[in-house]
Write a protein that binds this ligand. Structure first.
Ligand SMILES: Cc1ncc(COP(=O)(O)O)c(C=O)c1O
Length: 379
């Protein structure tokens, strides 16, 4: 049997990782400024993480949600403390799309309403409602099409107010990435986020913060939404939460009450996923990785802003978009094959940096030196 051929891949086989470095099967070392798409939060093969997952696997690999899983409460406690939202409730699932799917479903259950407001440029995943709320018709199959999603331009408060004025009694929730990742590192302004909060309050809708990519400390605060100084009603998480162990989660405000059977999943909250996420939370706290993300990110952004050619540098902390005045594919190819540096992309012209939150100054300098060198060819 062959793999179903849906991914565009680089012809490189990664076999080993450590911190912000990975090695291919020939032993060539690469600097990882991509973090496997924002997933590697505490660095590859962090010893505390390896020990925790290995130990758990030796004790018990899996049991279902039909028994008490104390690790879930421990994880809820740790995320509550790290995020400063200790009175929120945690539901665990397996991916970012599933987290968003559950968040939107919960908003609808809670309000009894059918509609969700999403934004132009948004990416929320590939399951049915998540993909319907994603602004990319090429990945929406006919079966996913629904008129329950209303798209509004990002940062357009007037358009959002109009939608609420016209359909407020139908709107269950608003879903927003505080920084759009796939959409090209487009930052929602703090004023816009505060407008969402107040409209949701006024119309009794649920504010869902999709923190799958921008959350878990990446931007220099636990949730990127925190930069606006308001709380969402539901935060969705996945990528950085367990450093590569598949997990999804939603943190739910106390006024949203659970009902037995309302949400569920077989694998969500399993012992291995919980210990992986607990180890990540512990390392983030112990090594001050949120502070480090803020510091290294500010340094990278400042240095990139001094470079020629670049049209714009966007983002916060270690979620950075470098907008180029030309298609980035060739430059990214040179970064990878000549400079041995992994980066991401968004659209045709944006280079995306999503490195581990444990990135060190020497890693940032190594990237900046290579990027500066390659840019001179375009001066
Ligand atoms: C903001 C955002 N939400 C949701 C998802 C979907 O996550 P997953 O691929 O784990 O389903 C992604 C994935 O890139 C994302 O960036």
């Amino acid at each position: 049997m062959k793999m179903f051929d849906v991914y565009t891949v680089n012809d490189i086989t990664i076999t080993r990782g450590e911190g912000s470095w990975v090695w291919d099967k020939e032993g060539t070392r690469y600097l990882d400024m991509y973090g496997g798409h924002a997933v590697i939060s505490i660095g590859h093969t962090h010893p505390a993480y390896v020990d925790a997952v290995t130990e758990q696997l030796g004790e018990l690999g899996f049991y279902s949600n039909s028994v008490v899983i104390e690790r879930q409460d421990e994880l809820a406690d740790k995320i509550g403390r790290l995020s400063g939202k200790e009175n929120y409730q945690l539901f665990l699932c397996n991916s970012g799309a599933e987290a968003n799917e559950n968040a939107m479903k919960l908003a609808s259950f809670h309000t009894g309403r059918p509609k969700i407001v999403a934004f132009r440029g948004a990416f929320h995943g590939r399951t049915s409602l998540a993909v319907a709320a994603t602004d990319n018709p090429s990945i929406v199959a006919p079966v996913n099409e629904t008129d329950h999603i209303v798209f509004v331009p990002l940062n357009d408060a007037e358009a959002l107010e109009k939608v609420f004025a016209e359909q407020g009694d139908q709107i269950a929730g608003v879903i927003l990435e505080a920084i759009q990742g796939v959409g090209g590192i487009q930052v929602a302004t703090p004023e816009f986020i505060r407008t969402i909060r107040s409209l949701c309050d006024r119309y009794g809708a649920v504010y869902i913060a999709d923190e799958v990519q921008c959350g878990c400390g990446r931007t220099g605060k636990y949730y990127a939404t925190d930069w606006a100084g308001v709380n969402a009603d539901i935060y969705t998480m996945a990528k950085g939460l367990a450093n590569g162990f598949p997990i999804g989660a939603i943190a739910i405000a106390p006024h949203i009450a659970p009902k037995k059977g309302m949400l569920g999943t077989t694998f969500g909250g399993n012992h291995l996923a919980c210990v992986a996420a607990i180890a990540v939370a512990d390392v983030i706290r112990r090594e001050n990785l949120i502070g480090n993300a803020a510091e290294q990110g500010a340094y990278l952004i400042e240095e990139l802003q001094k470079m020629p050619v670049i049209s714009e540098v966007r983002g916060r902390g270690l979620m950075i978009g470098i907008e180029l005045p030309f298609e980035s594919a060739d430059l990214r190819r040179k970064l990878l094959y000549e400079e041995k540096i992994f980066v991401g992309s968004a659209g045709k012209t944006v280079v995306r940096l999503l490195p581990a939150l444990s990135l060190r100054r020497e890693h940032a300098d190594r990237f900046l030196e290579s990027f500066r060198k390659l840019l001179t060819a375009y001066c």
